[in-house]
Design a protein around this ligand. Structure first.
Ligand code: NDP
Ligand code: 2IT
Length: 449
């Protein structure tokens, strides 16, 4: 990076940190984008002088609200709810809702910021947003989750709408929570519209949405491999997490002939050198989606080893798919992965690799599919759910899978267009620039708003 670009990156970040004190995840996400964008706009005064990056680093608005609910003992509980409406330059705000005890404004700002560039990459007309709460669904009864979701939606309803802001799921928010929230929206608004995505198939949901994020991440890896005349056959893969994204990442890797040897949850990881085949994956789906149990139960049934309090990255592999949460791979993990011969990383989770890990990948010229590209399949099929809702019809599974496949291939192509280097592709730079350009051009057209 030329000296004045390094200088301007430091200056840019020190202003951002001053305006957003203590919001480390937000700083990290903005830095990761700014390191690509500042050199790119150096000789593009239209973007530089119109302060596009500065404007994109300030969310359009942040809504924060109290969520009161009663637990099964009749005790009153109080949580905080948020919706970060980051940017609607190219479409209604769009992005998931996360329920997790560690949710903070910083985490939702980072996710909303990322979402804007990710949604732009899909080619569909969607802006970026994210919401959630520090509500911890673990150990809560269905009735408690329902009361929380209803209370959360009672306030959120004022701020969303099919042309305004369309939330979906994320960590801790799956089919059950989306259904409770949609039911409450219907009751309050008396309007049947596609105001949420990830809905049940009986009430406006789309086929393939459940599978889309995991399948999409594997399709993206398939495209990175194909770009190097390689494929999945016989590859040993690490997957972290065991929720929605992880489950369908494993399913698609299996379809394509790879072997997945790990999964994890917040308690630790399991290692099964024989591979997590279709039958074992069905066990995981039942364990996590119906019984809401712990991953450690896997080894009791199928053998292998359970590693409490650890992450899977030291297990030798060809490819890695972090699908749990942010900052689950640090520099030391990345070094071990690379020295064990890992050739590619596709991020199913959002920002699972910290900056030091990313630096290691780029130095090693790894095939590194950053989250805003690799996990865009989920929101892409959410966009297709919105389209189907608007048209009042439903596409078939095959039609949707074909569209998802094409969208992921299109994202890969954009990354190569902007990230091609001598003998390798910097997918991070490619994704950041391609995602930025479309949003920036819309903002330029609007003038100073
Ligand atoms: P789920 O709630 O279905 O699953 C989350 C998984 O990650 C669980 O296995 C959970 O373990 C684990 N996990 C969560 N927090 C932590 C933590 N702090 N430390 C270790 N493990 C943790 O969520 P999703 O699968 O939907 O989301 C996973 C990731 O994918 C997130 O980063 C999300 O933002 C991203 N994503 C999701 C999309 C979607 O469509 N759902 C789309 C694009 C990205 P435990 O059960 O113990 O909590
Ligand atoms: O991070 C993400 O892209 C999601 N959680 C999915 C968002 C969506 O609107 O489907």
């Amino acid at each position: 990076m030329p000296y004045d670009t390094v200088h301007s990156l430091e200056e840019f970040m020190s202003g951002l940190k001053r305006r957003n004190p203590g919001e480390h995840e937000f700083h990290q996400a903005v830095y990761e984008v700014a390191q690509s964008i500042l050199p790119f706009i150096k000789d593009k005064p239209q973007y530089r002088d119109n302060q596009i990056l500065e404007r994109l680093s300030e969310p359009d608005r942040i809504i924060s609200f109290r969520v009161c609910w009663q637990d099964d003992e009749g005790q009153v509980r109080v949580n905080r709810g948020y919706r970060v409406q980051h940017c609607n330059a190219i479409g209604p705000y769009k992005g998931g809702i996360r329920f997790h005890h560690n949710v903070t404004q910083s985490i939702l700002k980072f996710l909303a910021f990322e979402q804007t560039f990710k949604n732009s990459l899909t080619g569909l007309p969607m802006g970026g947003g994210k919401g959630g709460s520090d509500f911890n669904p673990k150990g809560k009864s269905d009735a408690e989750v329902m009361r929380f979701c209803q209370s959360f939606m009672t306030e959120l309803r004022r701020h969303i709408g099919p042309y305004t802001d369309v939330p979906a799921g994320d960590i801790g928010v799956g089919a059950r929570e989306i259904s409770y929230m949609f039911g409450q929206y219907l009751r309050l608004q008396n309007e049947f519209t596609g105001v949420l995505t990830g809905k049940g198939l009986a009430f406006g949901g789309s086929l393939i949405r459940t599978e889309a994020t995991g399948y999409g991440a594997v399709y993206f890896m398939e495209d990175m491999l194909a770009h190097q005349n390689d494929g999945f056959e016989g590859k040993t893969c690490l997957v972290s997490g065991s929720g929605n994204v992880a489950q369908f990442t494993v399913e698609k890797i299996n379809h394509l002939g790879g072997k997945v040897v790990t999964l994890s949850d917040s308690g630790g990881f399991i290692h099964d050198p024989e591979g997590i085949n279709e039958e074992k994956l069905e066990f995981i789906k039942d364990l996590k989606n119906n019984r809401r149990g712990r991953i450690s139960e896997y080894t009791e049934k199928y053998g292998g080893t359970y590693h409490e309090g650890e992450r899977p990255w030291a297990v030798p592999c060809d490819l890695a798919f972090p699908c749990a949460t942010q900052n689950e791979i640090g520099a030391d993990d990345a070094k071990v992965m690379i020295s064990n011969g890992c050739k590619g990383v596709a991020e199913g989770a959002n920002m699972p690799s910290d900056q030091a890990a990313i630096d290691q990948y780029l130095e090693a010229h790894l095939m590194y599919g950053p989250s805003k590209a690799a996990n865009a399949g989920g929101v892409a099929v959410s966009g297709l759910e919105m389209t189907q809702n608007s048209m009042r019809l439903s596409w078939t599974r095959d039609e949707l899978d074909t569209r998802l496949r094409e969208i992921m291939l299109g994202i890969h192509g954009q990354c190569v267009e902007y990230g091609q280097k001598e003998g390798w592709v910097n997918y991070l730079e490619g994704a950041n620039i391609a995602g930025f350009v479309k949003v920036a051009d819309a903002m330029l057209a609007y003038g100073v708003v």
